[in-house]
Structures are given as C-alpha cells and as structure tokens.
Design a protein around this ligand. Structure first.
Ligand SMILES: [Zn+2]
Length: 457
C-alpha cells in the first residue's frame, strides 16, 4: 500500500536548481519520493493519507552533515584529567587517541544512537561518519548501522584507516570499510572509504584507499591540513604540500571529500577545484581546536564544492551554519561573505553532491522525501524578506518540528517516532559511564611526546 503525504501551507525553501522559495507551498509525497512541489492550490486533487499543516513554518530539505564523528558525543563534558594540550597534534595525542583506544563495539552503538537521535531531532537527515577504535575495529560499522537504522536517519559511514600504530592497523581499517560496503541489507546506511589524515598514512595506504573507492564506486574521505602539522609532515617527508601529495597518489577525484583544509594555499585550492573533489568545512570544530579559519571564500571563488560538517562537535547543523556564516566575517573582516544562501547550500545541495547523492539535497520532483518542517519558537517577523537570512540568523535545531526521511515521519511534533528516547538515554548513559571509567584509569600523561606518536611501528 502506498503512503501519500501532503506538506501544506508553509514557506518552501526548495534549494532546487532555480532556488525557488514558494509561499503557501504544497509538497506531495508518495512512496518515499517527492512527486510535486508547487503552490497549495496546485496539489488540491492529490488525495493524501495525511496532511501536515505547515502554516507559519519553513519547509526545507533535511540537512546533510558532510563530516562527523558520531562517537565525538562520548566526550561531551567529560573533564578528562590530562595535561592541557597546547596545539592540535597534542589534542589528538592527549584527548582523542587515548579515547579511541578505549572504545568497544558497545560504545560504537551507544554513541551512534545518541548522536543519531540528537542529529535527527535537530533536522539532520543524513550524516557522513568516520569512526575510530583501534582496539575494536571489526564489526564496528555494523553497530553504527544498527543504531542509525533504529533511529531512522540516513548515514554514509566508515572506519578511519590509520597507520599511526602499525601498517597492519591501516589494512584492518580499510578491510572493515570493504567488508561493510559488501554487506547486503544496509537499510538507510551506506559505506565509504575513510583514511585518517596524510600524516598518519603511507603513500601505499593512500593508493589502496583511492583504488578501493574507485573500484566500489563509493566516496573516500580524509582529513586534510586541519592543523599546520599535516603540512609540515608532508613537506619534511615528501617535499610536497598536503594536497599535492594526495593528488600525486591519485586520491583526488569527484568521489573524494577532504575534511577541513584549513591550511591550504591558493595552489592547493586550485588542485582540489580541478579534480572536482569536495571539501567538508567544519567551522565550529576549527574554532574549538584553535586551528584557524579555512580559506572558504577562496574555495568558493575557485569553484570548489564545499559541504558543511560538525566534526563530531555540536550536533545541530543550524548552529554549524551560523558558525560558517560568522567565522569568515571575523577572520576576513568582510561583513558580506559568505551569503546566507551559500551557507544553506553547503548543508543541502553541496553536501549531497559531495557524496554523489543525486537523489537528496533539494525539494524537487523525483527526489527522496527527506524534508524538515521548522517553526521558530516565536515568529517576530514574516518570512517575506530573506528566508535564507532568517534560517542562518534565527533558527536553531530545537525549532525543528517534523522530520521526514524517505517520506516517513521519523520526528513528529519534536518527538522521535521510531525509538523511545528515555529508554535509549538510560542505555547510552550506562555505556558511557563504563567508558568514562576506563578513560579515567588510562595513562593519559604517558602518551607519546610531540611528533613521535605517528612514528611508532
Ligand atoms: Zn574529523
């Protein structure tokens, strides 16, 4: 039996090719697909099973997070007892790498469940996740897929292959991705290839990752020049800038998504542009880690496709959009760029393009019905001016009222419909308590000193 849904009366921010904004819109959905987008009057004879009254609301495509680590939610408020890091590499060495090493498959499931629910309630309908747990690699992606499917959110998920401890670890990470990609019945989740960063992987692993992405027709993601150490490493070892090295190893293509790219020079931005690779920009995380502001305006001007990510930090893409909008203004002292419309593009159409998801990213005929209905808590001004400005300056995740994925209402009136949030919280808290216990007893002060962590073999 087919289900017919009608979302009626809202202001539709379609993000379609013409960037139509339709007041008193009617969006007809059947069998999980959008079959028409127009004025309410245009869909009068549709005969819906359910009508969603969107009067006073913004209706827009579900937001897509171009780069996340769902397990990042595990350290929220953790107050680790460690020697304070003084740069980005030390943040990895003292905070994230010890945490990664403590993770189990139970943690993979619990963190994906927590971050999945929070993302969905805040209007994210799809995320690109990279997981890391060197002591529990095999089977981890099945656990993340299980949690994502239980919540009802879409995911492009991966295990971050790295050779920071051994060559073998890199191969096992790559294998976990390939095993998951080959798995049948993945529900709303798909696999991809992920490499950690150019300073923790050899040329050989880069080449094997690129080949696996090409052979399987799946995206490949890697962290690039998040902090300056990435560039130093490649100059010292290979005499090349980071992007230049990835280019020479055949990694850059329309299937690759480079996360961060904070420390790229103009030539590197040009190489990314020419190769049709995409960049996942993570402004909130970049601020948190004090790594600087990415050359976003240069990327846009050179025609690079830029999506927006949260890097496992704040699971509210409205906040991340606002940060992208504000950070460039601070860094460049330019009050005009990027425009609100460009920022919304990064979280919808650009993100879909980055991962080759041509059926997502806009409200247009034939696309999958991933739709969100947003009602700000107090409507002080009409939407008739710049609705993009309204979204970027004035909307928060908790303003999201309804969320549809494949035309299924996975959030209705701010409540998740597939799972019991209270029960899930109890389950997650129990698991996180155990993880924090393990982290408390781990020898954080004994981590490798600067510049030696990645040398261990
Ligand atoms: Zn990341």
């Amino acid at each position: 039996m087919s289900t017919k849904l009608l979302v009626k009366g809202g202001v539709a921010v379609t993000m379609d090719q013409k960037r139509r904004v339709i007041h008193d819109a009617g969006i007809a959905i059947e069998d999980g697909k959008i079959i028409s987008v127009g004025r309410s009057d245009d869909v009068k004879g549709f005969g819906a099973d359910e009508v969603i009254d969107a009067r006073g609301c913004i209706v827009m495509p579900g937001l897509i997070c171009s780069h996340t680590h769902l397990y990042g939610i595990a350290l929220r408020g953790s107050g680790l007892n460690i020697k304070p890091p003084s740069d980005f590499l030390q943040i990895l060495q003292r905070v994230w790498w010890p945490a990664d090493e403590a993770l189990t498959n139970e943690d993979a499931y619990a963190t994906a469940l927590a971050a999945g629910v929070e993302s969905l309630l805040n209007g994210t309908t799809c995320y690109a996740d990279t997981y890391s747990a060197p002591n529990a690699i095999e089977g981890s992606l099945d656990r993340i897929a299980k949690a994502s499917n239980e919540v009802g959110i879409r995911g492009i998920i991966s295990f971050e292959a790295t050779e920071r401890r051994s060559k073998k670890e890199g191969t096992r990470g790559l294998q976990e991705n390939l095993r998951f990609i080959a798995r049948k019945d993945k529900g709303r989740v798909m696999g991809m290839i992920s490499l950690h960063a150019s300073f923790t992987v050899s040329d050989d692993l880069i080449a094997r990752g690129a080949e696996a992405s090409r052979k399987n027709g799946v995206p490949l993601t890697i962290h690039v020049s998040e902090g300056p150490n990435d560039g130093y490493h490649n100059m010292e070892r290979y005499g090349k800038r980071s992007v230049e090295r990835l280019h020479d190893q055949g990694l850059l293509s329309s299937r690759s998504v480079l996360a961060h790219c904070v420390h790229l020079d103009e030539r590197e931005v040009g190489l990314v542009s020419k190769s049709s690779a995409s960049i996942a920009h993570n402004p909130m995380s970049n601020m948190l880690n004090a790594v600087g502001a990415a050359p976003l305006l240069e990327m846009v001007d050179q025609g690079v496709n830029v999506g927006l990510g949260n890097d496992g930090y704040v699971f509210d893409m409205f906040e991340n959009m606002r940060a992208a909008y504000l950070l460039q203004r601070v860094a460049r002292r330019n009050p005009n760029r990027p425009s609100p419309e460009q920022v919304v593009e990064m979280c919808t159409v650009n993100a879909a393009r980055a991962y080759g998801l041509s059926s997502l990213g806009s409200l247009s005929k034939g696309k999958r019905a991933d739709v969100i209905v947003v009602r700000p808590s107090f409507l002080a001004t009409p939407y008739s001016g710049s609705v993009y400005g309204y979204i970027v300056n004035g909307v928060r995740g908790p303003d999201v009222r309804d969320v549809m994925v494949d035309g299924e209402l996975v959030v209705r009136n701010k409540k998740a419909t597939r799972i019991d949030v209270e029960k899930s919280e109890a389950k997650v808290l129990k698991t996180m308590g155990k993880l924090w216990g393990r982290l408390g007893s781990s020898p954080h002060d004994a981590v490798e000193p600067l510049n030696q962590g990645q040398e261990r073999r």
